[in-house]
Design a protein around this ligand. Structure first.
Ligand SMILES: Nc1nc2c(c(=O)[nH]1)N[C@H]1C(S)=C(S)[C@@H](COP(=O)(O)OP(=O)(O)OC[C@H]3O[C@@H](n4cnc5c(=O)[nH]c(N)nc54)[C@H](O)[C@@H]3O)O[C@H]1N2
Ligand SMILES: Nc1nc2c(c(=O)[nH]1)N[C@H]1C(S)=C(S)[C@@H](COP(=O)(O)OP(=O)(O)OC[C@H]3O[C@@H](n4cnc5c(=O)[nH]c(N)nc54)[C@H](O)[C@@H]3O)O[C@H]1N2
Ligand SMILES: [Mo]
Length: 890
């Protein structure tokens, strides 16, 4: 510690502290303008000047303390006022006419009594850049404080902007030159959030009236679970800010969470139930629609002719109620959720290896990692806040291995990028296991005391020397060896992975053989283990499964076949629960097509757009006598349904979500749902009532309480406890949760990690003369899944349509130029897409997103699935492409 004095008050601070830290530690304050806690100081504004040892002014934000230093704050009052006055003098008067809640500069001027009179009108305006949907630049308000530039580099890691010009003409600009819209900006909003003057702002933000209310909630887009502070005025969202103390996001967000909230007031929002009459959907009343549903359900005697797809977008409490409705009111286990399409292989694979189906570590553990193995995930686009943190860790010195057939943004920053042929993960991971063993990079003590299956794995891995793996996967032997050493020699290596591992014919084997690597190195369940971390997808896909919206599992992963568990639920719910596992989503569609299903209730999933093999899904919906759909919008699925119920979004309801690292977080109502719109929670409670059943759980909080009383993993959870902050499950009664799992033993019956000896098996989906290219599908940063929300926000200006990514060599061979239209055909179906030529994809492979249902990408994908989990092989489709004339012309 270092002792200094602040206006004669002695204070001890760490040796690395700045004068500003010392001043704050002494309970005093000093104004700042170019300073942001999250960024390295730049000391450019001089608004934080203080005296050091009587020798005159220094910038307190950047000057380090030294023993015995006497800091004078009060004597600097006038220096600071002068510095601020000088800044203000260079600004147009409108800079000081902004509402105080939108301008740090205005607040500072009020605090230091610097008046607007001193603001001059600039001789010549430097103009604005209004090209971007989310970032408006008013150059005359820029004070060149550099906060935005540092935020873009140090928080986001995109390095998209810079300061240009000299002296008073210095101003922020895109690093690529030209307009903001054409720049490298990824619209994360970090620059807008840190800008103290309004030079960078959200279009329209400065015109809205004063903020009336701030509400803290959890983002409803992806599984990262960012804490957001939402500012509202009446029913308008004025702005959304990432919470500085957000437990996952630490003051950062992405384009979706930060900006893409406009869907709530979209004119397309459904406001009244729709019922199909004479083949057409027509508006109806809630009474009429719910009576129709209840009458229909009442008339069907066989519970197995019902199926419910619950929503990974809805809250835990809603999912809890929906699965309870299925089991108690309908009497069926035919209930599933989108985890089926996504990380079901993670739940199965991780549970088989470690005992529990969730990720092993807390995201905070990344801070201590010195090597990252990122496999089959593109977090820069799909989990941007995680992507930024992985990049920052890498820039800070951690080694990075990326396993992805595509040259993703993080692959470009990697020490080693392994680009296997899609579908060959198991060969690559067995090859890495081979090298860890061969080159003595394993942890024998850990293997002896905390794992089983080593001998069998060693024998299997024998067959995967690097040269052999090169033949199977296309990954050069030398790169594989380098990767094994980077991972095996690290002190604290962490694995992060995504759908490039799970959405495959052998997805569960992919997860298990990947998890092997952490076990071999003792890098999980230990002090130095970064663990195995699935980057789960939707905001509440972990939670929907946790709540038992699964055909074989009750809340808290208790088996429906377990008599003892079922008995407890029977008693609490006063029902007799069905004891045989129900249908999974793909089986529901099979059953419908076979005429074995009477009612399919789809809650918040656009199955016609996002489930694979659209033709087969369409067949199922057509064959099912009653399809009910709860959605915000008339999605493709809603448009094909018989009853459509308009429901509230995450901004309009109360509850909890569970993010990718098992973190329960509060979701709080920010807006009142539009007139005519109900919550999923209210809908299911009401239909149960009409069928003569009371589901209990009057409120969302009561639903979580009931779940906690029945599921030991969640025993210590309640809304009241979560008010104080996030908790990672398992949470014992009164406990603080479990950020990192397995330090005291794995959750398997023998408390050991189970290594998996799984061979690489080629999938049936091989390129052939008829379908010579491999199509991979996945995410684009700008849009979210079916796109129902993001396409109804200004994000549509960031990406207006889907396209097919083609490697330059393939484009040349096929005679395709940028923007050319091709017909893409697979064994399942066909669609038309414009071409983008990019070296992100390897020759022979192509890539497409699936965020524009009209683009029909899932017409192409097949019904092939992973055997243990029925997760679709979305990541691999053999296709042929043929150039065609642009649609609409002949
Ligand atoms: N912007 C945005 N963010 C999202 C979403 C969104 O739609 N848009 N969706 C959310 C959801 S639901 C999810 S599940 C997550 C998904 O997040 P991710 O799993 O990161 O997303 P994907 O882009 O589907 O796939 C990841 C990567 O897998 C690679 N891959 C394909 N095949 C293979 C293979 O055989 N081996 C390896 N090693 N890699 C392969 C692809 O090239 C791709 O880069 O994102 C969530 N976040
Ligand atoms: N080709 C291809 N297809 C894929 C994938 C892929 O990688 N490639 N990925 C798959 C994966 S991982 C996933 S998770 C799925 C996602 O597929 P979906 O779950 O279908 O996609 P979303 O767009 O997230 O949400 C579906 C609907 O939920 C509605 N919604 C939002 N919030 C709520 C709510 O609170 N309640 C209700 N009732 N509705 C709500 C939205 O308006 C939207 O219409 O897509 C899968 N499809
Ligand atoms: Mo997902």
């Amino acid at each position: 510690m270092t002792r200094v004095s602040v206006d004669q008050i002695p204070v001890d601070v760490p040796a690395s502290a700045t004068l500003l830290d010392a001043i704050r530690a002494a309970g005093k304050s000093v104004p700042t303008l170019c300073h942001d806690e999250r960024l390295t100081p730049s000391a450019s504004c001089r608004v934080c000047l203080v005296d050091a040892d009587g020798n005159g002014p220094v910038a307190s934000c950047s000057t380090p303390v030294r023993e015995g230093l006497r800091i004078g704050v009060q004597v600097g009052d006038q220096w600071r006022r002068d510095a601020l006055q000088a800044i203000v003098a260079g600004l147009p008067s409108r800079a000081l006419e902004l509402p105080a809640d939108r301008s740090e500069l205005v607040r500072l001027c009020q605090e230091l009594a610097v008046s607007a009179d001193s603001a001059e009108v600039l001789a010549e305006s430097r103009g604005t850049d209004l090209s971007h949907p989310y970032v408006k630049l008013d150059r005359d308000l820029c004070i060149a404080c550099d906060r935005c530039v540092r935020a873009c580099a140090e928080i986001q890691g995109t390095f998209a902007i810079t300061l240009t010009g000299r002296g008073p003409d210095t101003v922020v600009a895109p690093g690529t030159g030209g307009l903001w819209a054409g720049s490298d900006c990824v619209s994360c909003g970090a620059c807008v959030d840190t800008c103290p003057t309004g030079a960078l702002s959200e279009p329209g933000l400065l015109d809205l009236g004063p903020i009336e209310r701030w509400t803290r909630t959890t983002c409803g887009y992806c599984g990262v679970g960012c804490t957001l502070d939402v500012a509202t005025r009446g029913q308008d969202v004025v702005t959304v800010r990432p919470a500085m103390d957000g437990s996952v996001n630490r003051g950062h967000a992405c384009a979706k969470g930060r900006f893409a909230h406009g869907f709530v007031h979209s004119p397309d929002r459904l406001r009244t139930p729709l019922v199909r009459r004479n083949g057409r959907l027509a508006e109806s009343t809630w009474d009429e629609a719910l009576d129709l549903v209840a009458d229909h359900l009442r008339r069907i005697p066989d519970p197995d002719r019902f199926a419910v797809i619950s929503s990974a977008r809805a809250t835990n409490e809603e999912n809890y109620l929906i699965q309870k409705f299925a089991r108690v009111v309908l009497g069926t286990n035919n209930v599933d959720n989108c985890a089926r399409l996504c990380h079901a292989p993670s739940a199965a694979g991780l549970a088989a290896t470690f005992g529990l189906g969730g990720g092993t570590n807390s995201f905070e553990d990344l801070d201590d990692c010195d090597a990252i193995l990122l496999a089959g995930a593109n977090p820069t686009d799909a989990h941007p806040v995680v992507g930024s943190r992985l990049l920052q860790r890498t820039l800070d010195g951690a080694r990075l291995i990326v396993v992805d057939p595509r040259r993703t943004s993080l692959a470009r920053h990697a020490d080693v990028h392994l680009a296997p042929r899609p579908g060959t993960n198991v060969a690559v991971f067995n090859g890495l296991a081979h090298l860890l063993i061969r080159d003595d990079l394993i942890d024998p003590d850990f293997l002896r005391t905390r794992a089983t299956g080593y001998e069998a794995l060693r024998e299997l891995a024998d067959a995967y020397p690097p040269e052999q793996v090169e033949k199977l996967s296309g990954v050069p032997a030398a790169d594989l060896t380098a990767a094994a050493h980077l991972y095996g020699e690290a002190n604290t290596p962490a694995i992060f992975y995504g759908l490039g591992i799970t959405e495959h014919r052998y997805g569960t084997d992919g997860v298990r053989t990947l998890a092997n690597l952490a076990v071999l190195c003792g890098a999980v369940g230990t002090e130095t283990g970064g663990g195995v971390n699935p980057l789960r997808g939707q905001n509440n896909v972990q939670g929907a499964s946790d709540m038992g919206a699964l055909p074989d599992l009750l809340p808290g992963y208790q088996k429906v076949t377990d008599d003892e568990a079922r008995d407890r639920f029977d008693t609490s719910w006063q029902a007799r629960l069905p004891s045989t596992p129900g249908l999974r989503i793909p089986q529901m569609f099979d059953a419908a097509r076979a005429g074995e299903l009477d009612v399919l209730w789809v809650v918040g999933e656009d199955v016609l757009a996002t489930d694979p093999n659209t033709a087969a899904v369409r067949g199922a919906l057509d064959a099912c006598p009653l399809v009910i759909c709860n959605d915000l919008f008339l999605s493709s699925t809603a448009a094909a349904a018989d009853v459509v119920l308009p429901v509230a979004s995450w901004l309009e309801k109360d509850g909890t979500f569970v993010n990718f690292d098992r973190r329960f977080q509060r979701v709080r109502q920010v807006l009142v749902p539009p007139d005519g719109v109900r919550t999923d929670f209210a809908v299911f409670a009401e239909v149960a009532r009409r069928l003569g059943r009371d589901l209990g759980c009057e409120t969302s909080a009561a639903a979580l309480d009931e779940c906690a009383s029945l599921a030991p993993h969640f025993a210590g959870l309640s809304h009241r406890r979560l008010e104080a902050g996030a908790l990672h499950w398992p949470v014992a009664p009164g406990g603080d949760g479990t950020p990192t799992l397995y330090r005291d033993g794995f959750a398997t019956p023998d408390r050991r990690a189970h290594l998996a000896a799984r061979p690489y098996l080629p999938t049936e989906t091989e390129p052939s003369p008829e379908y010579p290219f491999l199509l991979v599908t996945g995410r684009r940063a700008e849009h979210y899944n079916a796109g129902g929300m993001t396409r109804r926000t200004p994000s549509v200006g960031l990406r207006t349509k889907e396209s097919l990514d083609v490697a330059p060599g393939d484009a040349a061979c096929l005679g395709l130029e940028e923007g050319a239209f091709v017909e893409v055909t697979s064994a399942s179906g066909s669609t038309v897409l414009p071409v983008t030529i990019t070296d992100e994809v390897t020759a022979g492979e192509m890539f497409a997103g699936f965020h524009f249902p009209g683009a029909g990408v899932n017409e192409l994908t097949s019904s092939v699935t992973d055997d243990p989990t029925s997760c679709p092989e979305y990541k691999l489709t053999a296709v042929r492409v043929r150039r065609i004339a642009p649609p609409g012309r002949s």
